[in-house]
Design a protein around this ligand. Structure first.
Ligand code: HEC
Ligand code: HEC
Ligand code: HEC
Ligand code: HEC
Ligand code: HEC
Ligand code: HEC
Length: 464
């Protein structure tokens, strides 16, 4: 190769070594200014500025810049959020801008046991903000917006047992009030007209759920689900409650607040089951059984638990019913009863005035979700296209007029699968009356019939 030919290549050598140089420098800067390193250096700068002695300053400067993570194999998580959110457990950083800021209210959920994504969702192992917050393709769980963070609480807490999460509690209450269970199974109980809802929160986005509530057929063509007509805030509460149903498997420790319900749940059960109909608390209530506020002085927890499981076994001949309670409910009720020796608690018990069959029937109506099809308080208005009865499911206002008690019972127990169409040319009505035989207990049925009869508007009774 001649010298001149080599000389002609010089510019190329220069250019390519320059390029390599630039790449090295760019690489260096990119690494040095990786998002998370910027935040960690920001943290070190603040620590250094706060240090008062030379030793402290020196220690602050020597804080390593490195990826930090919380490893939780038992819940399949590696959360590196603390790589940027470096000061979550340092109260002196409260109120400072994110991500170098203190985390409020975390004492009940220590980070070394909970990590972050168990509540916030997002992509735990990512180290860029965009990926970690989960706004990327192929990641099905973007971070929950802060407005919806309460949805996570129900993975581990009973939604009715958490005053700290009012929207969640509201959503759960509405679910019962609106009778969703009439068509949907949840935790093994409910109707079969719509799909099971145990994992629905992992299946749909909040946007889908909200749209679906307002107009089910618009997002689910041909849907038989009636639109949910409530205020916007309540639609949001229902959506939040649906999002909490992820069916995620967590450890016993994590779900312990749900599986060992506290006295608060016990108090609710005490009110719901109408125990004061037979037992006095704080001087009020029935006297079929003994007053109950001093039961802790007579009985221990074991006896009370065994008595709930089978009252007859411990008190032969007793009229106290064997309630259909789960073991968790029994534990909650027992804890509650034992806590009654604390006079402060007694004052909180609502002594219901509703000991009538009609009021008990109303709660049976709620328990089985009849309202989902017959409207709140059986007032109707639920569409059933092409049904002979005004294209709606009949209200129950006048059921007492058309049927005797016996007929009403058999109507409910047998249901009606074939609904007469208004127009035989059009598709048949999608909703039918399920049969409740074997589901509703005999005592409940008495109360239910009493309730349906009470719906008859005044002045419209039978003897005219
Ligand atoms: C690469 C750095 C980085 C990582 C990793 C990171 N974040 Fe952030 N995060 C930020 C920054 C910066 C903000 C400030 C607000 C913004 O810019 O969106 C922030 C804000 C937030 C907020 C407040 C959002 C709001 O709407 O107010 C939450 C919650 C949050 N992060 C949770 C997480 C969780 C959970 C993880 C782990 C899955 C995580 N972050 C990982 C950088 C990060
Ligand atoms: C037990 C559930 C739970 C865990 C675990 C949890 N958080 Fe939070 N986080 C919350 C709640 C609830 C709030 C809202 C707090 C408030 O406003 O009182 C919140 C607030 C935040 C905020 C502030 C958002 C804002 O706009 O003010 C950030 C950032 C954040 N969390 C990040 C994290 C990181 C990082 C971790 C893990 C080290 C974590 N969280 C662990 C429930 C949790
Ligand atoms: C992954 C499970 C999990 C999630 C999610 C969770 N918690 Fe908890 N929570 C627990 C456990 C377990 C305890 C009890 C901790 C202990 O005592 O060691 C607890 C304790 C509490 C306590 C104290 C209760 C008491 O009676 O002492 C409150 C309040 C609380 N959580 C509120 C919330 C809220 C609000 C949310 C949603 C933002 C939430 N938790 C999300 C598991 C969870
Ligand atoms: C009259 C029966 C009926 C009632 C009452 C009813 N649904 Fe539905 N629901 C359905 C049917 C049928 C579907 C399936 C078609 C569809 O996606 O709309 C459905 C679908 C759903 C879905 C989507 C499920 C999935 O897996 O895609 C959710 C969520 C839902 N319902 C929630 C509710 C809630 C919450 C209530 C109470 C406010 C309720 N439903 C009341 C019949 C009903
Ligand atoms: C139909 C009336 C009736 C109802 C309703 C009823 N009980 Fe009783 N209960 C009794 C009678 C009678 C006894 C006394 C005989 C016995 O030990 O079973 C009793 C006994 C008890 C005892 C033992 C008291 C003692 O000092 O020995 C407890 C505890 C108790 N009931 C709790 C409850 C709770 C909680 C509920 C609601 C879930 C409830 N009962 C509902 C009638 C009732
Ligand atoms: C999935 C929807 C659905 C649920 C849930 C449901 N029903 Fe019905 N029900 C219907 C339909 C549809 C009819 C009309 C049947 C017909 O046209 O013959 C009906 C009819 C009735 C009737 C007869 C009304 C009349 O005017 O002829 C009674 C009474 C009744 N239901 C009671 C109940 C009770 C009580 C419950 C709760 C235990 C309940 N229903 C739950 C759909 C439902």
């Amino acid at each position: 190769m001649s010298d001149t030919r080599l000389q002609r290549l010089y510019p190329w050598f220069t250019a390519s070594s320059l390029l390599v140089g630039i790449l090295v420098v760019v690489g260096f800067y990119r690494d040095r200014f990786r998002e998370w390193k910027v935040w960690q250096r920001d943290y070190i700068r603040q620590e250094t500025a706060r240090a008062t002695t030379p030793q402290e300053k020196d220690a602050a400067r020597r804080i390593p810049v490195a990826i930090k993570q919380i490893v939780l194999p038992e819940v399949q998580r590696v959360d590196r959020c603390v790589t940027c959110h470096v000061a979550v457990d340092d109260p002196s950083y409260s109120g400072l801008p994110q991500p170098v800021s203190y985390h409020p209210n975390h004492d009940q959920h220590p980070f070394d046991k909970f990590g972050c994504t168990i509540c916030h969702q997002g992509q735990g192992f990512a180290t860029t903000k965009q990926a970690a917050h989960g706004n990327v393709k192929h990641w099905d769980r973007p971070m929950l917006p802060m407005l919806q963070i309460e949805a996570s609480c129900a993975k581990c807490h009973h939604p009715a047992d958490l005053p700290q999460a009012p929207k969640l509690t509201r959503g759960h209450a509405l679910f019962q009030e609106l009778g969703c269970i009439g068509c949907h199974k949840l935790h093994g109980r409910g109707g079969a007209i719509g799909p099971e809802l145990d994992k629905v929160g992992a299946k749909h986005s909040p946007q889908w759920l909200t749209m679906h509530f307002k107009d089910p057929a618009a997002v689910s063509p041909g849907s038989a689900m009636p639109p949910v007509i409530v205020e916007e805030a309540d639609i949001q509460a229902l959506t939040l409650y649906m999002m909490s149903l992820t069916g995620e498997q967590l450890t016993e420790y994590h779900v312990s607040m749900k599986t060992i319900p506290g006295p608060r749940v016990g108090r609710q059960l005490f009110e719901e089951k109408g125990c004061v109909g037979c037992h006095k608390v704080g001087g009020k209530g029935g006297d079929v059984g003994p007053p109950i506020d001093d039961v802790a002085t007579r009985r221990d927890a074991e006896w009370i638990v065994a008595h709930f499981r089978d009252p007859q076994a411990l008190s032969p001949g007793t009229v106290m019913p064997k309630f259909d309670l789960t073991e968790h409910e029994i534990r909650a009720l027992t804890e509650f009863l034992l806590s009654l020796t604390d006079p402060g608690i007694v004052g909180y018990i609502k002594i219901p005035t509703w000991m009538t069959p009609v009021e008990r029937g109303k709660s049976v109506f709620g328990k089985y979700g009849c309202a989902g099809c017959h409207g709140r308080d059986g007032q109707g208005g639920v569409p059933n296209p092409n049904a002979k009865t005004a294209e709606q499911i009949p209200s129950l206002k006048y059921a007492a007029e058309g049927y005797t008690d016996t007929e009403l019972r058999s109507r409910i127990l047998n249901g009606q699968h074939e609904i007469t169409p208004m127009d035989t040319e059009r598709p048949p009505p999608p909703l039918y009356m399920p049969g409740w035989n074997g589901k509703i207990a005999a005592g409940e049925m008495d109360d239910l019939v009493a309730y349906i009869k009470s719906l008859l508007p005044e002045g419209d009774d039978l003897d005219f």
